[in-house]
Write a protein that binds this ligand. Sequence first.
Ligand code: ASP
Length: 402
Amino acid sequence: MKKGLTKNIFYGFFFGILLGITLSIVKLPNGFENTILDFLNFGGDVFLKTIKMLVVPIVFFSIVNGVANLNNINSLGRIGFKSIFLYLTTTFLAITISLILANFFNPGKGVNFNVDTKSIDISDPPSFLEIILNIIPSNPFQSLVNGEMLQVIFFSILLGSAISLLKKNSSLKKNFNDLNDVVMKILSIVMVFAPIGIFCLISKTFATQGLSSILELFKYFILVIVALITHLLIVYLPIIKFYGNINILKFFSGLKDALIFSFSTSSSSATIPITLSCLKKNLDVKDNVASFTVPLGATINMDGTAIMQGIATIFISNLYGIDLILSDYVSIILTATLASVGTAGVPGVGIIMLGMVLGQVGLPLEGIAIVMGVDRFLDMLRTSLNISGDAMVSIVVNKSEN
Ligand code: ASP
C-alpha cells in the first residue's frame, strides 16, 4: 500500500469517527439524518461489494501462480512435503492461540451494538466431516462462480501443481503470472477509494453505535499484538532453539534485515530476496532448501495473518452479538488457515481475505471496515511474524535434511 493511501485511510477512519460521533450527539431533523445515513450506507456498500468482487480472483490467481512457480515440485517432494506440513501445522497453532486468547479476553463483548440480526444471514452449521468433504469441488467452475472459497483453494493448488509439473508450460506460467499482476493492479485501483469507503462505513457505525466501540477496538488492537508475540514465544523460538540448535539472539540478528524490510514494506513477497540472503549467509541454510521454502512460505505461510483473522472474527461476532458454536470454531480454524494460504504476500490483502472467514461463519462483511482502520500497523507486525515463520521452517527443514 502506498504511503499516501495509508495516510488517507487513516484520515477516512478518523473523520468517519468524528462525523459518526457528531451525528450520534447532535439532534438533526429526522428526515435529514436518514438521508445522510442512507448516503453513508450506499458509499459503504459500494466499497464492500468491490472488495467482495476481488476475493475469488485474488485467491485463484495468487495460489495458481505461487504454486506453479515453485521449481521442480516433484524432485523436491520430501522437502516440499515437510515444509507444507510445517507451514500448515504452525498456521493451525497460530489460529488456535488467537482463538483461545480472543475467547479469554473477549474483545467487543458487552458493547451494545445495534444491529438488526434478523438481516444477518446465518447459515446452518455443517458438521466437521461435511466441512472436509465440502473442500472437494464437484465442479471447480461452479465453485469459482459461487465463490466457494475452500473449493477454489483446493482446485487452485492442484492446478498450480500440475502447471509446475508439466515441462512445456512456460507460456502458461507466464500468463498466470501476468493475470496475477493484473488482479493485484485492480486491487490497488479499488484501494484508492478505500478511504471514502471506510469513511462511510465508520461514520455510519459510530452514528448508530457511539463511543464504547472505540475502546473495544483498542482492545482488539492490543490483543492481536499480544497473540503475535505469544505465537513467536511459544511456537517459533522453542523450535529454533531446541530443534534448530540456533541461539535466539543469533536468529534475530541473522534475520534482522529481512525483519526490518518486511516491517517497513508489509510484504512477504517483496522480502523474499532479503529473507533468502539472510538465511543463506547468516543462518547457514542450504541454497536448495531456502530457494524452495522461502518463496513457498511467502505464498502460503501467513501465521500472523491467520492470528489477526481469528481475533477479528471473534471481535466482530461479539460486536454483533452473534454467538458462535463449536462447528463455527472448526470452520474458523479451517477457513483462516486456508485464507492465509490464499493471502497474497503483499500489504493489506489479509484484511480483505478476512471477508472469506466472516462469510464462512455467516458474519457481516461490514465488520471488516471496523478493523481496517487500525490494520496498517498490525499488517507491518504480522508480516514480520510471517517472515520469521518462513525462516523457522527453512531452518527446521535444512536441519532435517542434513
Ligand atoms: N502483508 C502480509 C504479508 O505480506 C499479508 C497480509 O496479512 O495482509 O505477509
